[in-house]
Design a protein around this ligand. Structure first.
Ligand SMILES: Cc1cc2nc3c(=O)[nH]c(=O)nc-3n(C[C@H](O)[C@H](O)[C@H](O)COP(=O)(O)OP(=O)(O)OC[C@H]3O[C@@H](n4cnc5c(N)ncnc54)[C@H](O)[C@@H]3O)c2cc1C
Length: 476
């Protein structure tokens, strides 16, 4: 509920209208701050956005974005701007082997009967033909070892080293760890810190069926944020698109920031930089030479990008009646049947996603599309008879930041070296990997820090979902 506008005289400039910036902006506007949200591009959403692709003349997402029930801050942001109902939720995941054999993973249901977490999906794992008996045994033991946060959350090991130590089979490495977990974290297993993998395992597979349920927007991503300008305007704020920020100066006498953009200057009491790490790095030389700036620069230098590619295909007929699937043993990892998932999409639009694969990202366009199509036909033979009407390939080479061992030391908190200036963005210290949830969380954390400095404490961070069933009794 909105608070009385007693802080209305306090102004905030938020740089970057990605999920982090929009979450901070809406939380602060609701709390009575006057917010201007500044974005260099002509649309909102940053790395989670949609646009009219000129090659195919369709509005498409830069890539399918999925969320999970455990993404409480992202869901809180969607609720705040009134779009939570646009998320389509599902609990089932279909794994397909080349040749077409399917395994369904998901919570056990028999009439009203459910199994308590962490056993809720155990029957489907045990029945999955994608895994041999040895795979299931090895996987069961690894999941058990990751169950207790206390046992693993301070490990400095890589996921790869941990999996080798826990005798994982080739089957589990290729069909579970590399595919499901490494692609959720968008990196290779040797470049992932084991506590991040354990967090994903607990949230997606162990804590509760609700935490692991998967959500996808029914509408293009940027349309999801269409209410943000109105939300801010109703509370005295504004979104300024096509406004590239180039630097900022602090006036200690007036306790005020001047933010320099390519089109003019903006004055405010507070600033939040809600940018990816490389854009924050670019701005650093154009911020006051405060003690701590060098340390922040050194932290940023430790971050690395990982790519994600998506292939968008329009066929003349339906190639599958599945909504989405995990594709095993090939370069393409995920299939999303956008004509079924998105409201009002006509035609037969399939999106394929390839995560964490630098080799695929380096392929020339024609080769990448050719490979994707021939692999798709191995899972869905109807591809061979279907006519491809149009195709778009999107390579996001700076999709996410990696979470190798030691990365937490390079993730700053929302508090910056400068007075009244706060940091947000998926890469800051949130405990989450590079995701929309991390971005939303960072926005809420920055808003809370700003509230403390403004002597107006706010409660923006959404509580985590409590583990259910037997997971409640696991020693944390
Ligand atoms: C291909 C792809 C697939 C992904 N899949 C998923 C997924 O399935 N699930 C998931 O949870 N996450 C996924 N992610 C990650 C997710 O998109 C990001 O973690 C999240 O969107 C980051 O939000 P952010 O606000 O921190 O940063 P950004 O989205 O990068 O927002 C920063 C904004 O700042 C703007 N900006 C930069 N410099 C300036 C400047 N100087 N002045 C003004 N504005 C500026 C940018 O234009 C941008 O709009 C994916 C990302 C990509 C690219």
């Amino acid at each position: 509920m909105d608070r009385a506008p007693h802080t209305q005289e306090k102004t905030v400039t938020i740089v970057g209208a990605g999920v982090a910036g929009m979450s901070a902006a809406c939380a602060l506007a609701e709390a009575g701050f006057r917010v201007q949200l500044v974005e260099r591009r002509g649309y909102r959403g940053g790395r989670a956005s949609s646009y009219l692709h000129p090659g195919v003349n369709e509005v498409i997402d830069n890539c399918q974005h999925v969320l999970f029930g455990c993404c409480t801050n992202l869901i809180g942001f969607y609720r705040r701007i009134g779009v939570a109902g646009q998320i389509h939720w599902t609990s089932d995941m279909t794994m397909i082997e080349p040749g077409g054999r399917q395994s369904r993973l998901g919570p056990f249901r028999l009439g009203p009967l459910r199994l308590p977490a962490p056993l809720h999906s155990a029957p489907s794992f045990l029945a999955a033909s994608a895994f041999s008996f040895q795979d299931k045994f090895a996987l069961g033991r690894a999941l058990q070892a990751m169950m207790r946060p206390g046992a693993i959350d301070h490990s400095a090991e890589s996921l790869g080293a941990w999996l080798r130590r826990h005798h994982q089979t080739e089957g589990t490495l290729n069909r579970f760890w590399r595919l499901v977990i490494a692609s959720a974290l968008n990196a290779e297993i040797d470049s992932i810190a084991v506590p991040y993998a354990a967090k994903v395992i607990r949230e997606l597979f162990l804590n509760s069926a609700q935490a692991g349920s998967m959500g996808m927007s029914r509408i293009p991503l940027s349309d999801l944020y269409a209410t943000v300008p109105h939300f801010l305007a109703e509370r005295g704020g504004a979104v300024l698109l096509n406004t590239h920020v180039e630097g900022a100066a602090w006036d200690p006498a007036a306790s005020q920031w001047t933010v320099y953009t390519r089109t003019g200057e903006l004055l405010s009491d507070f600033v939040i930089l809600a940018l990816p790490f490389e854009a924050t790095q670019k701005l650093l030389p154009h911020l006051p030479a405060e003690e701590g700036r060098e340390r922040l620069a050194r932290q940023i230098e430790r971050h690395q990008h990982w790519p994600i590619c998506s292939v968008h295909l329009w066929f003349d007929r339906e190639i599958t009646s599945l909504d989405h699937a995990v594709l095993l043993d090939r370069e393409i990892h995920w299939m999303y049947n956008q004509s079924r998932l998105q409201t009002g999409r006509g035609g037969h639009y399939i999106e394929l996603v390839v995560s964490a694969t630098r080799a695929f990202a380096a392929l020339p366009r024609d080769k990448a599309i050719c490979q994707a199509l021939s692999e798709l036909a191995e899972f869905f033979p109807r591809v061979k008879e279907a006519k491809l009407l149009k195709v778009a390939l999107i390579k996001e080479v700076r999709a996410t930041f990696g979470v190798p061992p030691g990365i937490d030391e390079a993730r700053p908190t929302a508090v910056s070296p400068w007075p009244n200036l706060f940091l947000a963005g998926d890469w800051v210290q949130t405990g989450w990997p590079s995701t929309m949830e991390s971005a939303a969380r960072s926005g809420h954390l920055a808003a809370e820090q700003l509230g403390l400095t403004a002597q107006d404490p706010l409660q923006c961070l959404e509580p985590d979902l409590e583990p259910q069933g037997l997971m409640r009794w696991i020693d944390r």
